[in-house]
Design a protein around this ligand. Structure first.
Ligand code: BGC
Length: 555
């Protein structure tokens, strides 16, 4: 072995566990997950076999959008713990071989952030207002400055009073009114964020997921967008979008990359970028920019052989063109859980449509497909994001209306259900006031059957979701073909609803999207199956298998 070979950076093929802190584990019996709870469960993460955790925002915040509304980027919200506890957590994760990624929110602050409070108390045209987008309204001030809409519903502008108490300027917020957009043309904004990154990197943080990474730069003059009739905002693709994917945003990330590279070991970034065009997406991961992007294209695809294969090919082609690894995710805290989506007749992610409009859910079917999807995803080259609770096979929980907290539910006047169903606290034990999540209830109500999916109920049961994930993650680490950034070789499939591929050396994966068993079209020994009851030589319906290939069928 050549000692001079530099190992590939960890983030190129890491399995990253998305940890939704307030719903992971509650250490102080207030019904809200926190750092103490997380520290008590590091062993669980090690046993699961993940390489890193991405912790959703833990900063000080009024929590109008679950922490994506930050009022102090250098402080941890007291309900989660302190910066000292954060440092201890990072050290303990590192001691367990787990990297820690935080979630930076650079597009907007909270309206409670001291900068915004100062801006409100400062006159139009002041330096304080120039850190945000304040503008006079149209029609004598009565109408918003342009036609932009908030992602959460309603106009993207809110009017504030001037010093004499009369209606004055408007400010821009692409999300909730409590999340004013920062003006990235301001030097103050640029230097402040680099300083915030340094603060956490100095504390030992290994990287950042960048929230709404494509939205920071707005078109000069903030021109109207001109919405086509019936277009859903989040799904809109325009050639020259005034607030998404502007070319100038890349300068910001080139500068961040230099900062990350100035550390030893270098730190990493993962961009949240909801872009449908894989080529545009790959521009964020050019060699002097960010390291990875979350692959939302894969997450949105329908569970069909054709849909998944196209998503896989397009993703790999786009990222390999710039030498970046691909990432894969089946769900996250902003979308329906994969068991629920895959339990529907239409398995695409359909933005803007929610609740009953989406149709009935067959959870048993969703679980079978989600198990197969886990094997497909973990067999691909590159890095995988695993949303907490997906390893337990959780479905979206029905959250009663009075308990819903998502600003989407509130701003849409109850028309859109929002994301609370995917954020319900984890069940750790089959019994108890919050199924072992903590000692005193849970901030979002858990459904009565939640305990059947508990960690302790699944641990040691070979047929459980948790053990499937544990085995898959162990194999992914030990099999020479898995992980890494190698190639996927597609093979001839026995049917249109089956995907067959191999990876070198000697690994095969067969995924059956159909409702009847399919022959395993490769010559090899099954080392893992999404359904242990499958007959010899067959891939179960809605199932997948991993194989060690006999030499003659290796590609
Ligand atoms: C986060 C959301 C959040 C939004 C606004 C997103 O993309 O993932 O949870 O509501 O940004 O910050």
């Amino acid at each position: 072995m050549d000692d001079d070979v530099t190992p590939a950076p960890w983030w190129r093929d890491a399995v990253i566990y998305q940890l939704y802190l307030q719903s992971f584990a509650d250490g102080n019996a207030d019904g809200i997950g926190d750092i103490a709870g997380l520290r008590s469960r590091i062993g669980y993460l090690s046993d699961l076999g993940v390489d890193a955790v991405w912790i959703t925002p833990w900063f000080r915040s009024p929590l109008r959008d679950a922490g994506y509304d930050v009022s102090d980027y250098r402080a941890i919200h007291p309900r989660y713990g302190s910066v000292d506890e954060g440092r201890e957590l990072i050290d303990e994760c590192h001691a367990a071989g787990i990297k820690v990624i935080l979630d930076i929110v650079p597009n907007h602050t909270s309206s409670d952030h001291p900068w915004f409070v100062d801006a409100l108390h400062s006159p139009p045209g002041s330096a304080e207002r120039a850190r945000y987008h304040f503008r006079a309204g149209r029609e004598g001030g009565q109408l918003p400055p342009n036609d932009w809409l908030s992602v959460f519903g309603g106009p993207a502008w809110t009017r504030v009073d001037d010093a004499s108490g009369h209606p004055g300027e408007w400010y821009l917020h692409l999300f909730d009114a409590s999340q004013p957009d920062l003006n990235w043309d301001s030097g103050d904004v640029r230097s402040e964020f680099e300083d915030i990154l340094r603060f956490w990197f100095d504390l030992g943080v290994d990287g950042f997921r960048i929230d709404v990474a494509t939205a920071l730069v707005k078109a000069p003059g903030l021109p109207d967008l001109g919405y086509p009739d019936g277009a859903f905002l989040a799904d809109l693709t325009l050639a020259d979008h005034p607030h998404r994917d502007r070319d100038e945003v890349h300068d910001i990330y080139r500068s961040w990359r230099k900062l990350a590279d100035s550390y030893d070991p270098p730190r990493m970034f993962a961009a949240e970028a909801w872009l449908d065009d894989p080529d545009r997406l790959s521009r964020y991961v050019r060699p002097d920019e960010l390291h990875t992007t979350l692959n939302l294209h894969y997450l949105k695809s329908a569970w069909t052989a054709d849909g998944m294969r196209r998503a896989i090919d397009a993703s790999i082609t786009a990222t390999s063109a710039v030498g970046a690894p691909t990432t894969w995710a089946l769900s996250n805290h902003d979308v329906e859980r994969v068991v629920t989506r895959y339990g529907r007749a239409d398995t695409r992610r359909r933005p803007g449509v929610s609740g009953p409009e989406l149709g009935l859910v067959d959870e048993a079917l969703g679980r079978r497909r989600a198990r197969a999807a886990a094997l497909l995803t973990l067999a691909l080259p590159g890095s995988v994001y695993l949303y907490q609770g997906d390893e337990l096979g959780l479905a979206d929980a029905h959250v009663p209306e009075h308990a819903r907290q998502d600003p989407i539910w509130i701003r849409s006047g109850g028309r859109r259900w929002g994301r609370d169903g995917a954020r319900v606290p984890l069940p750790w034990t089959p019994e108890g006031s919050s199924f072992g999540f903590g000692d005193d209830g849970a901030w979002l109500p858990q459904p009565s059957g939640w305990g059947t999916h508990a960690v302790s109920a699944q641990a040691g049961d070979d047929s459980s979701f948790l053990e499937l994930y544990r085995r898959a993650l162990r194999l992914r680490r030990s099999h020479p073909a898995l992980g890494g950034t190698g190639e996927v070789h597609w093979c001839e499939a026995p049917r249109d609803d089956v995907l067959v591929f191999t990876r070198d050396p000697g690994f095969g994966c067969v995924v059956n999207f159909g409702s009847t068993p399919a022959p395993i079209a490769l010559d090899g020994r099954v080392v893992l199956s999404s359904d242990d009851g499958a007959a010899e030589g067959e891939v179960p319906a809605h199932g997948a298998v991993w194989l060690d290939l006999h030499p003659r069928s290796r590609v």
